[in-house]
Write a protein that binds this ligand. Structure first.
Ligand SMILES: Cc1ncc(COP(=O)(O)O)c(C=O)c1O
Length: 382
């Protein structure tokens, strides 16, 4: 069995990487959800092979990729879908905005669980919707739902833009929580848009459950969004897909792409197929490495910065840190950027109540985590 190398630090400066370009050469970037690991070998080989046929016109996803996704959903999640349920898209963000555009009217309530990934937090603004926030609560056992708050949110909303696994907390919703959400969506007659882009990045032998797989009743009101992009580190290939099992809903959501959302990237399709077909062992080892990174980060945070609160992520490669007890003169992201030359994501990106939080991307060689922590420590020592 090949052992993959996740320890080597590769120079990504001046390669057009947004992560490494935005803040400049002297800054260590630990922000956007993009990992510092090369894509798996089979993915690169598949793109090279495709390049040998030097025609890169518009493409139409063929049966092979559709059948692979159908098989993957059955194998990984026991979820039976059909090839026609899949709608290919250049991005998950485009997918949830298409669904909102298609199904909601200006003024309708859109339920979200804060803190939340910024394009989900702000999606309501594109369509004149009313944002309805139901915050997740930190607890000893991880982030939990406040059922009363959520239920009140459902009553005021027309759609729920759900994120599971959850960015930025890394929460994986349990079967019981998913059943509660599905039941409320049905009772309140809501559209459910489920962003499951991080579905393959779950830790400690947890299982991801696509919420639409719970029952035909919830499936028929759900738009599920997935992509190989986060897990196999190919987000720049702009290839994602929606699974919409109700034909009328699918037809309407797909129609909302008109004039705005084009076809997917020719290499993205090859890469996605190769990732699902041949990168399973790479993924397994990468997850084990990320679990090690998460544990290392948590232990080091506790040792070096006892005032920072970190609840271990159950998935993703994102850590959500409460820095309020540090009493910094500035927002933590600004402080560590200016004083430590390390770029995290600002808590305020994830909701108005989170200005004292930080999101750290730990999808990188472990030595870069150490460097990031050293930079934090230097900033605090002044
Ligand atoms: C929860 C979530 N949804 C969507 C996206 C973006 O997906 P895409 O690049 O396919 O639009 C991200 C990227 O970080 C994400 O974390």
């Amino acid at each position: 069995m090949t052992s993959f190398d996740f320890d080597t630090v590769h120079d990504r400066k001046h390669t057009g990487s947004k992560k490494w370009a935005l803040y400049g050469d002297d800054i260590l970037p630990m922000w956007i959800a993009d990992m510092d690991f090369p894509a798996p070998g089979p993915v690169i080989d598949a793109m090279k092979k495709r390049m040998n046929h030097p025609f890169f016109g518009y493409c139409l996803p063929q049966d092979e990729i559709r059948s692979r996704i159908v098989a993957d959903m059955a194998e990984k999640y026991g979820w039976q879908i059909s090839a026609d349920d899949i709608v290919f898209l250049p991005g998950v963000e485009a997918g949830f905005n298409m669904a909102l555009n298609s199904e909601l009217e200006a003024g309708d309530g859109l339920l979200i669980q804060t803190p939340i990934y910024n394009p989900i937090l702000t999606a309501h603004k594109h369509w004149g919707l009313t944002s309805v926030e139901a915050p997740l609560m930190p607890s000893q056992a991880g982030y939990v739902i406040d059922e009363e708050v959520l239920e009140a949110g459902f009553a005021r909303s027309k759609a729920f833009l759900f994120c599971n696994p959850h960015n930025p907390t890394g929460k994986v919703f349990t079967a019981t929580e998913l059943a509660l959400i599905a039941d409320a969506c049905i009772r309140h007659d809501l559209l459910l848009i489920s962003d499951e882009i991080h579905c393959e990045l779950v830790f400690d032998d947890r299982k991801h459950i696509p919420i639409a797989s719970l029952s035909p009743d919830i499936a028929k009101r759900t738009v599920t969004l997935m992509s190989a992009s986060k897990t196999y580190n190919i987000a720049g290939l702009k290839t994602s897909f929606a699974i919409v099992q109700d034909p009328a809903l699918r037809q309407r959501v797909n129609a909302a792409r008109s004039g705005l959302v084009d076809s997917v990237n020719v290499f993205g399709l090859q890469a996605t197929l190769a990732a699902y077909e041949s990168a399973g062992e790479w993924r397994k080892q990468m997850i084990a490495y990320l679990e090690g990174n998460r544990d290392y980060l948590q232990a080091e945070i506790a040792r070096r910065f006892p005032k920072i609160r970190m609840i271990a992520a159950e998935s993703t490669y994102l850590a959500w840190l409460d820095c309020s007890a540090l009493d910094l003169p500035d927002a933590p992201q600004r402080f560590f950027l200016d004083k430590g030359k390390v770029a995290f994501s600002a808590g305020s990106d994830f909701g108005a109540d989170y200005t004292h939080y930080l999101r750290i991307n730990f999808g990188c060689p472990r030595s870069l985590i150490t460097e990031g922590l050293d930079r934090m420590e230097a900033a605090l020592k002044g």
